[in-house]
Structures are given as C-alpha cells and as structure tokens.
Design a protein around this ligand. Structure first.
Ligand code: ADP
Length: 201
C-alpha cells in the first residue's frame, strides 16, 4: 500500500494525462478518477443496479450497459436527481479510489482527479499538483485533441473552477507551456521531491 498520495488536477486539456504518464514512466502507479467513475457503474455492479432501478430502463443502452449520455440528460436541469446521483456515486468513487491506493505498490501514487477541489477530493490526498496553461492554449489543445470547436470547449471550461482559484489551492504547479521534453525534467524533479516526502510520511 502506498502511504503518500499526490492529487493531480487541472482544467480540461491542461495536460493531466500527459504528465501522469510521465510519472508512470518513472514507475509510479496511477489512480484515475475518470476510469473509476466508469468502473463503478459497469454492467452488473451495485452502482449500475441502483441507477437503473431509480431511472428505469431508459438509461440502459442496446448492449445492456449504462447509457451515460441519457443519464446526463436525465440530471441536466434537475437538481434533485443530480443530487441523488452524486450522493450515490461520490462515496462509491471515493472508496474505490482508496482501494486502488491500498493495492498500489509504488512508493507514492498519482491520483488524477479533474474536479479535485470542486468535489472536495483534495481531503484524500497528501499534496496537490496543479497543471496550468493559459485558457487560450487549453481551448486550442482540447479542440485539436477531441476534434471539437472552441465554443464547445469554452462551455466545459466555464463549468470548471477558475484558473485563479485552482492555483490558489495548489501545493505545486506545473507550467505545461513547456515542451514535452522540458516537462520530463520538471516531472523528474517533482518525482524526487515526492519520493522524499513519501519516505518521511
Ligand atoms: P488533460 O488530460 O488534462 O485533459 P491531455 O494530457 O490530454 O490533457 O493534453 C491535452 C492535449 O494537449 C493532448 O493532445 C496532449 O497531447 C497535448 N499536450 C499536452 N502537453 C503538451 C505540451 N507540453 N505541449 C504541447 N502539447 C501538449
């Protein structure tokens, strides 16, 4: 079990995945909140059963899996239903993430959580690492990666925490306007710092 958890966060397209993969290349295990959020509602799980008995068969797709797009429509503009779903999912995701940390064998773990501060998951981690790039760059990179237009990305960006507020809560910040090669050096330095912190934790 890893005793030291680094919470990695940042806005959409800031470079969380890219940076997490560089830590992984150094032998550090990753716990990804987005992956776990999908696992806890997989066909046959408790999460799946509770959601489908609450919302009905409409939220099940042709293959018998949860139709996440339909579910999003159900909770869109319905605060009560959104709250119901959050009350079910948040504790489930939290406990699965902690379980994944318990099974980790690297000296520390990187927990990738897009909404780390928004959802209060910073309480689970020992230190926070924020990936930062200017919004115009964030929009350009996301639009290119996802093949969507900048208006779509701006909508998502507006629903996330502001850059200023996120930076204020960060223990460490990675400026991801660097080249991927320069980034490796920055990640290496942080890695040494986290190894030291983990061994004295
Ligand atoms: P996130 O996981 O935060 O949404 P990604 O790691 O997927 O962000 O990065 C968004 C896009 O930007 C990807 O296409 C990625 O390849 C690219 N990218 C990440 N870091 C850099 C960088 N330092 N320079 C140029 N492009 C980058």
């Amino acid at each position: 079990m890893a005793d030291f958890i680094v919470g990695l966060t940042g806005g959409i397209g800031s470079g969380k995945t890219t940076i997490a993969n560089q830590f992984f290349d150094l032998g550090i295990e990753l716990v990804d909140a987005d992956v776990i959020a999908r696992e806890v509602v997989e066909k046959g799980t408790d999460g799946f059963k509770k959601i489908t008995s609450h919302f009905g068969s409409e939220v099940i797709d042709d293959s018998g899996s949860l139709d996440r797009a339909k579910l999003r429509i159900k909770i869109f503009n319905n605060e009560t239903e959104r709250q119901w779903l959050n009350n079910l999912l948040h504790p489930l995701i939290r406990s699965h993430m902690l379980n994944a940390v318990e099974n980790a064998t690297s000296p520390y773990v990187i927990m990738i959580v897009p909404l780390l501060f928004e959802n209060g998951l910073d309480s689970l981690v020992n230190t926070t690492l924020v990936v930062d790039i200017p919004p115009h760059e964030q929009i350009a990179r996301t639009a290119k990666r996802d093949g969507v237009n900048s208006t779509e990305v701006k909508k998502i960006l507006n629903r996330q925490m502001s850059r200023e507020l996120r930076l204020k809560q960060a223990d460490n910040v990675i400026d991801n306007t660097q080249s991927p090669e320069e980034l490796r050096n920055t990640v290496q330095l942080l890695h040494l710092k986290y190894l030291a912190q983990a061994s004295s934790a």
